[in-house]
Design a protein around this ligand. Sequence first.
Ligand code: BDR
Ligand code: CA
Length: 305
Amino acid sequence: MSRTSIIIDTDPGVDDAIALLMAMVSPELEILGITTVAGNVTQELAYDNARRLVQLADQNIEVYKGCETPMVIPLETAAHIHGLGGLGNYQTENLPPQSCLHAVDFIIQQCMESLETPITICTLGPLTNLAMALVKCPEIRAGIKQVITMAGAFNIAGNFSPAAEFNIYVDPHAAYVVINAGLDLTMIPLDVTNKTNVPYMWLETLSSGTGKVYAAVEQMLAFGLRKGWKPKIHDACVIACLLKPELFTLRPHLVKVDHNSGPSIGNTLLYPKTETPNLTAAMEIDQHAFFQLLSDRFKAYESPR
Ligand code: BDR
Ligand code: CA
């Protein structure tokens, strides 16, 4: 089977963690590297968490530390949603060694080496690293086959301000750069990812199953569950869309992002179909098939504790 080569850019984050764990056991994917971005937590924590997750999944994937702050505005994190450390109640010591290459340079290097067979970039956090790579070396566009991003809110209110979804809110200037870079971009907004509340049955599977990954994911989700939330795994939609785009209703649309300071900063405006599109917008998800795919992939983690 020929595998799709990808870079995952992420700010783990409980839902990022589940997305990464799903990707790492998907045989169709070759993960060239994981890059971390400041978002849900600081860069330092995001970097540690990504390495923690690679270790948890017994994988040998390099993680590259990215930008410490958004391009223009100060960083706002979402530790209240994901726990102070970012992974709910999950913590570990003794992380794998660090890499000295910066995430932005890793993205540039990989794309420039892939001009003949372009690669896919999955973004699960603010778009800072990818935007910085595009600003530093616009030629990388030729090495990018597709970008799939969890970002935006089209026909509903945001989750971090009434106008904005978190990933766009944190770095609207980066979103502006990426959306206007002329890439093959698929945007999966909150309208769709809000439909990924973890079903009771999957929680039962985790608690009755065996294996250190199941136990770890239970600990990650416990943080939100104890607060009475039904966790949503927004970022897993990006991996699902890459593996099985048919689970989503995808439509070409023009989307603009508001990056002017003011109450609607970070707003993503979806224009009618009559306007020339600049991206592919996900409009709907088959929830049942999504959770089926997720639990199928997680079966790979069933092993003795
Ligand atoms: C996005 O914001 C973050 O908190 C999640 O990890 C996800 O990427 C949802 O708005
Ligand atoms: Ca995220």
